[in-house]
Design a protein around this ligand. Structure first.
Ligand code: NAP
Length: 298
């Protein structure tokens, strides 16, 4: 079998920079444990770390990076503009850089298309939305502190609005969206591909207490291949063509989740996983002051 080196694989973004296809997720990774997870991941060979201002762990992620001894320039580091900061993007960027202890980001994402009022998180600004935020984020490129700019949780409807607005000069390099067999979003993935936007899949394992581990199709494929359900889910995402962000705080799982070289799923196995009918979403939009999902991604 030809060598398969997923752990070293990257995808070229529309900015010319390359994103490693496996990144360590850090949502719900607590200070005290996330430093060690990041350090273990980088030592194991991960070169892509995903965090966000909203996760409250940027400082510890930065500590983990420094503890690993891996040079900054070898790491693809992503963080995200938080919803209540949409009118203050320059300040938010400065805070994230200071938290992380770095002088540039590889990727800065608008976390959600929700310009939430910081005075009342149940309200959306009446005079500002994600198009205004993107206009301001584009200006951040002049600082030289961001290599690629992207969005997250953008459905086709919102991407269309953004891309068709005259103020949109930069096509997002990435749309980071929920992607696993329970939320495969083929229309959205195809739409992004048609616009040169790379998709990164979040919650690739189905997040905490994933129902996917009880799924008979996943279980039987994992058993037949002598692989864990997690490895099968990660491999499925990679073979679908997006990058994946498996999260763990366990240094042992960091390693087993990265054991994805020199094996693959057969086309029929990918097709069987594609055919799993059960749908679920880890991240809905009920907690936001504005609807961002429209059920039109399939
Ligand atoms: N842009 C966004 O709005 C957004 C939203 C959600 C997530 N994300 C990003 O995507 C990342 C991944 O998503 P996620 O955190 O929701 O979920 P996930 O990566 O699908 O699943 C993480 C869960 O699986 C467990 N796990 C990981 N490896 C395992 C293994 N080998 N065996 C058993 N359990 C395992 C983890 O527990 P342990 O830690 O205890 O191992 C954790 O409970 C996030 O961390 C974040 O970086 C972005």
């Amino acid at each position: 079998m030809a060598e398969i080196k997923n752990t070293a694989k990257t995808v070229k973004l529309n900015t010319g920079y390359s994103i490693p296809v496996i990144g360590l997720g850090t949502w719900q990774s607590q200070p005290g444990e996330v430093e060690k997870a990041v350090e273990a991941a980088l030592r194991a060979g991960y070169r892509h770390i995903d965090t966000a201002f909203a996760y409250g762990n940027e400082k510890e992620v930065g500590q983990g990076i420094r503890a690993s001894g891996v040079p900054r320039e070898e790491i693809f580091l992503t963080t995200k503009l938080d919803n209540p900061w949409h009118k203050r993007a320059p300040e938010a960027l400065q805070r994230s850089l200071a938290n992380l202890g770095v002088d540039y980001l590889d990727l800065y994402l608008m976390h959600w298309p929700s310009s939430t009022d910081p005075e009342d998180l149940s309200k959306h600004y009446p005079d500002w939305d994600f198009v205004d935020t993107w206009r301001e984020m584009q200006k951040l490129m002049d600082t030289g502190k961001i290599r690629s700019l992207g969005v997250s949780n953008f459905a086709i409807k919102n991407l269309e609005r953004l891309l068709n607005d005259p103020s949109c000069k930069i096509v997002p390099a990435v749309n980071q969206i929920e992607l696993h067999p329970g939320n495969p979003s083929p229309k959205l993935v195809a739409y992004c591909a048609s616009k040169g936007i790379h998709c990164t899949g979040y919650s690739p394992l189905g997040s905490a207490d994933s129902p996917l581990y009880k799924n008979d199709t996943i279980k039987s494929i994992a058993q037949a291949k002598n692989r864990s359900a997690q490895q099968v889910l990660i491999m499925w995402g990679l073979q679908k063509g997006w990058s994946v962000l498996p999260k763990t705080v366990s240094p042992e799982r960091v390693k087993t989740n990265f054991d994805v070289d020199d094996w693959s799923l057969a086309d029929e196995e990918v097709a069987k996983i594609d055919a799993i009918p059960d749908r679920f979403k880890v991240c809905g939009d009920a907690w936001l002051p504005v609807k961002v999902f429209f059920g039109d991604d399939e």
